[in-house]
Ligand binder design. Sequence first.
Ligand code: HEC
Length: 142
Amino acid sequence: MLKNLPTFSLIILLMLPGISAAQNDTRQLVRLPEMMQKHMLSNMRDHLATINEILQKMAKGELPAAADIAEAHLGMSSLDKHGASHLVKFMPEGMRKAGTSMHHAASRFALKAQEGELLPAYRALSAVTSSCVACHSAYRIR
Ligand code: HEC
């Protein structure tokens, strides 16, 4: 046992940052029915894939294509497809607002991108990702 003490101490030390990160988790837990939870996480993975596609289009200078993808997958036009009206019933007010502001930001990005200038389009895209981050830092569902 004593022989293993250094290894043991090292393992404990390595675990500390994870333990304190979990204790500092101040996100509010929102309980969703299991189906809704799965549905929401699958939407989320689509959101991330969409941001990636938008960046790829922007890197090729294809702003109109980036605009179309953003509006269809993240913008106000995407709400029906995401089953948003079912999900929002389970969300606290603040989470609902965070979701709405993300969808608005995505539609604003689409309009900016259609104007054809890269820098303002990037600025508008960062408003979208900021709203992803804002909701993630406030809420969890598991
Ligand atoms: C209204 C709140 C909200 C918004 C806005 C939001 N998310 Fe999420 N997202 C969540 C929650 C809650 C989880 C689950 C966190 C947990 O409990 O583990 C999550 C999880 C995820 C996951 C993990 C999915 C999985 O299968 O584990 C990804 C990826 C993700 N979000 C991407 C995004 C991206 C990209 C955006 C912005 C375009 C975004 N989210 C906007 C609330 C939000």
